[in-house]
Design a protein around this ligand. Structure first.
Ligand SMILES: CC(C)(COP(=O)(O)OP(=O)(O)OC[C@H]1O[C@@H](n2cnc3c(N)ncnc32)[C@H](O)[C@@H]1OP(=O)(O)O)[C@@H](O)C(=O)NCCC(=O)NCCSC(=O)C[C@](C)(O)C(=O)O
Length: 289
């Protein structure tokens, strides 16, 4: 099947990955919790067995420990194993949705079963996009605690010079009722990459981000933005929601101030990140029922 600007993607072959599964087990250890809290400027404390672990720490668990010599040029494990061999070079975390049935606690041994749920190709304004949807189920001794749907997008190679930042919208985005500012900077991005064992060079290798993927700076991780928004939501409502979904609309960079915004309607929080002046970078929704 041919999609967009003459690119040839063998969609039927890529869809052959649907149903492929991967199972890994990991432990929420106290040291990970300490470092997660420190990286995100949360109270570090002295996490002990049985303490509730911070929301979305599961993004750090069971990440593939691929030998460095076997990484792809972008710093991710090479495609073609669990993830389909998509012949588009620029990967981004496009979005996700989560349902929480219980807290994760320090000391929990967590099993993750991941399954390729969908592969689709679309024509986007920025070129051909290949979306890979992965379903993850996290359980403790068979008791499911988190169900997650993750959307990964692969994009065509960039051409020309480094891209400008996404333009501010003509109509300013109305501010949320609740607001907070986070200043990311390279150390936060580096520490989050380390916590999630994510070698993706767009987050820490400025020359690669600028000269190869043509971004105007280091890219702020999608899961990091989701974590900032979910922690903000839980703080505003005094507890973790039952479900949370998010979608990356445009990238943010390390020299942007991340403005977190939230508006409550009928008990549901709509949230978003954006740099000063916009546009919206990630939009999200947290529900308590
Ligand atoms: C994804 C981009 C390139 C598409 O931008 P576009 O302008 O080309 O797309 P579009 O024209 O707006 O939309 C085309 C189609 O794609 C769909 N679509 C469009 N966006 C999404 C989305 N997010 N999730 C799901 N679907 C999406 C959209 O609904 C439409 O579908 P349709 O034809 O059926 O109507 C653009 O929206 C963008 O740049 N978003 C920001 C992504 C981002 O910053 N992610 C976090 C940083 S990367 C990262 O964390 C990485 C990590 C952690 O290392 C790691 O590899 O996992």
């Amino acid at each position: 099947m041919s999609v967009g600007s003459g690119k040839f993607l063998d969609v039927d072959r890529l869809r052959g990955w649907i149903g492929r599964e991967e199972t890994v087990t990991d432990t929420v250890d106290a040291d990970l919790v300490r470092k997660f809290n420190a990286a995100l400027d949360l109270p570090v404390g002295q996490p002990a067995t049985g303490d509730v672990a911070p929301l979305l720490i599961h993004f750090c668990l069971g990440q593939p420990a691929v030998p460095t010599g076997q990484l792809g040029g972008d710093g991710h494990p090479q495609k073609g194993g669990f993830l389909p061999l998509v012949p588009l070079p620029r990967r981004m975390w496009a979005g996700g949705s989560l349902r929480f049935s219980d807290d994760l606690k320090v000391g929990d041994t967590v099993r993750r079963v991941s399954r390729i749920a969908e592969v689709s190709v679309k024509d986007g304004r920025s070129g051909t996009l290949c979306f890979v949807t992965v379903d993850h189920r996290f359980d403790i001794d068979g008791r499911v605690v988190i169900e997650e749907r993750q959307d990964i997008v692969y994009r065509e190679a960039a051409t020309g010079g480094p891209a400008a930042k996404p333009a501010a919208p003509a109509e300013p985005v109305a501010p949320g009722t609740h607001r907070r500012v986070v200043t990311p900077g390279a150390p936060l991005l580096f520490r989050y990459s380390a916590l999630t064992f994510n070698g993706h060079r767009i987050h820490y290798d400025r020359a690669y981000a600028r000269d190869v993927e043509l971004y105007p700076g280091l890219v702020v991780h999608g899961p990091l933005q989701a974590t900032l928004l979910l922690h903000f939501a839980a703080e505003l409502k005094g507890g973790a929601p039952a479900s949370f979904s998010f979608r990356g609309q445009s990238p943010l960079f390390d020299d942007d101030r991340i403005n977190l915004h939230a508006v409550e309607r009928d008990g549901t929080l709509s949230l978003w990140t954006m740099r000063d002046g916009g546009p919206v970078a990630m939009s999200a929704e947290a529900r308590w029922v």
